[in-house]
Design a protein around this ligand. Structure first.
Ligand SMILES: [Zn+2]
Length: 221
């Protein structure tokens, strides 16, 4: 009897699981702003500027994600993992300056302009290809990192904040945008601090199926 119950419950689980997959996997259109992909192959125009609102630490986000951002950070704080906004929206011009500065630093070390540009582009996004220009992404810091004036670090993954975000951000519509071992899909190495708003439904699906935003959007087509 016990065995039969196990078999029946497995079947029920399999059926509901399949239904859930189909039901959640087909609802989105690729044109949905929440699912906008910006990467080395999909650039934003130089003039794209979202409606912005300032959050904490003088950082800005697209006004449409403010409510979910506040819910996310409030929940983190309640769990003892207080987050600080490290870097939110970044303009096209800002990205251009960051790249130019990186090229100059390399030229100062003896590289030609072409060598310096090629090398800088390995770690710096070209203007228009940074997700930060969408206003839908945030790089997080811990309070002690912020106090020390530190930039984002790989050590974030091992902090209470990094662990909490990786496990819980999807509940508020945010995903770990550049997971480990997914560079072939995202074109960017693992970034434990960079989170992106995609909406609750997509975030839940992406989290539970270990997808990247690129893979999820490709499935919607
Ligand atoms: Zn980032």
């Amino acid at each position: 009897m016990k065995k039969l119950l196990v078999v029946i419950s497995s079947i029920v689980l399999a059926i509901t699981g399949t239904f859930w997959l189909t039901a959640t996997g087909t609802v989105h259109a690729a044109s949905n702003w929440k699912l906008k992909v910006v990467n080395v192959n999909h650039h934003l125009s130089a003039t794209y500027v979202p409606d912005l609102k300032t959050v904490d630490n003088n950082q800005q986000l697209d006004t449409r994600v403010i409510k979910s951002y506040e819910q996310l950070t409030a929940a983190a704080q309640k769990a003892g993992a207080t987050l600080v906004a490290g870097s939110g929206y970044r303009s096209y011009e800002h990205q251009k300056e960051v790249l130019a500065r990186n090229i100059q630093q390399r030229e100062a070390k003896g590289m030609t302009y072409a060598q310096a540009k090629k090398d800088a582009l390995k770690t710096v996004n070209s203007p228009g290809s940074s997700e930060h220009q969408t206003g839908l992404a945030m790089d997080f810091l811990t309070p002690s990192e912020a106090q020390a004036g530190s930039d984002v670090t790989q050590a974030f993954a091992k902090t209470k904040q990094g662990k909490w975000l990786a496990k819980n951000s999807w509940k508020y519509g945010w995903i770990l945008r550049y997971p480990k071992g997914k560079k072939s899909s995202t074109h960017i190495s693992y970034e434990s601090w960079h989170f992106r708003y995609v909406g609750k439904r997509a975030a839940s699906y992406i989290y539970h199926h270990h997808l990247t935003l690129e893979q999820y959007v490709a499935q919607q087509k």
